[in-house]
Design a binder for this molecule. Structure first.
Ligand code: SF4
Length: 345
């Protein structure tokens, strides 16, 4: 019996092939620090279908990377603790699995690409060794066969002269090529879900575009669900199907990409869109959202965005925080005044 089958039998005995590959329900994560409890993720929910790209968008510190770490089961505990919610892979709650079982899911079903490929790769082993190790450990393949698979993977992510480069160390690759190696490692075991955490942040614009095109191609070919974590609305516009906009640990707007770009329903989303440089508005001053995101140890009462919001009124400063209002059958926004923001009133 192959290792792959064992994974299905052990960790995922109750997995339902008809259920979604990933559902996050009311996830809560906090960091217990000397300076108090930082409420990093406060009730995040979203679904991901096979072949769909879900962007999770927001400024640094809004909880998007912590959400990814909680899904992957790689949160540093302490100080980080998951205090509520569910992370479902085909109906199985990963948060209830023991670590030994989660490790198998992580490698085989849900994979992740990190922002900084140089620190994610081991500097003392060749990229070929690191790729081949996945096949040896998880598929029980021989040294020779696993190396051949490593070359195939480098080819797949379009690294020229893959046969030779498989023997190179991470520092011998450019930033863009290292990110391709990371993608190869993430895809090695054919995951159904890929989480890409700011995969192009450290790269220049041309290489960014190449990496995003490659990711989109591979996703299409494999019908893989992609969670793209980013602060870059330009990247999102090109590749995402649906967007969850996060602020202070909450999803404050959730919609299809066209809806969000055509008529944002939350002032924060609107602010992000207005801060994108536009070629047709040459000479105009770039708009920015005033102020800073709140400290997660001290989130303001009411709507967390109220100190920065140009639409804020008295009700916005009072608890409870605005719920996610149903803007249409397929979109929600956590703003009491979403109709005004969207331009419906
Ligand atoms: Fe602004 Fe109030 Fe809407 Fe919050 S609820 S985004 S403060 S208008």
């Amino acid at each position: 019996m192959s290792t792959d089958v064992n994974v299905k039998m052990d960790a995922l005995a109750g997995a339902d092939p008809d259920a979604l590959p990933l559902q996050v329900k009311d996830l809560h994560v906090e960091f217990r620090t000397r300076n108090g409890v930082a409420h990093a993720v406060n009730g995040v929910s979203f679904d991901l279908r096979a072949g769909e790209t879900r962007a999770i968008l927001g400024e640094s510190g809004c909880g998007k990377s912590v959400t990814a770490q909680a899904i992957m089961g790689i949160l540093d505990t302490p100080p980080g603790y998951i205090t509520g919610g569910e992370v479902l892979y085909r109906g199985v709650d990963l948060l209830k699995l023991p670590e030994s079982e989660r490790r198998k899911v992580r490698a085989n079903r849900i994979a992740m690409i990190f922002q900084d490929a140089l620190s994610a790769l081991n500097p003392v082993f060749t990229v070929g060794f690191q790729l081949a190790e996945l096949f040896r450990k998880h598929r029980g393949m021989s040294r020779k066969d696993s190396k051949a698979r490593a070359v195939e993977l480098l080819d797949l992510v379009k690294i020229p002269a893959a046969k030779q480069r498989v023997n190179d160390y991470p520092h011998q690759f450019s930033g863009g090529m290292r990110q391709r190696v990371m993608i190869a490692m993430a895809l090695a075991l054919d995951p159904e879900v890929l989480i890409a955490d700011e995969p192009t942040t450290a790269l220049d614009v041309t290489v960014q575009a190449q990496i995003m095109t490659l990711l989109a191609e591979l996703q299409r070919e494999r019908n893989m669900g992609l969670v793209l974590i980013t602060h870059d609305m330009g990247v999102v516009a090109d590749v995402a199907d649906r967007i969850s906009v996060m602020y202070a640990g909450r999803v404050i707007e959730e919609a299809g990409v066209e809806d969000i770009y055509a008529s944002p329903a939350h002032p924060y989303t609107k602010g992000l869109l207005e801060s994108i440089p536009r070629l047709d508005l040459k000479g105009h001053e770039l708009s920015a959202i005033k102020g800073l995101p709140p400290m997660l140890t001290n989130i303001p009462p009411g709507c967390a965005f109220n100190p920065r919001c140009r639409y804020a009124q008295e009700v916005c400063r009072k608890d409870p925080a605005p719920p996610l209002y149903q803007v249409s059958s397929s979109r929600t926004a956590a703003c009491h005044f979403w109709k005004e923001v969207k331009g419906d009133e």
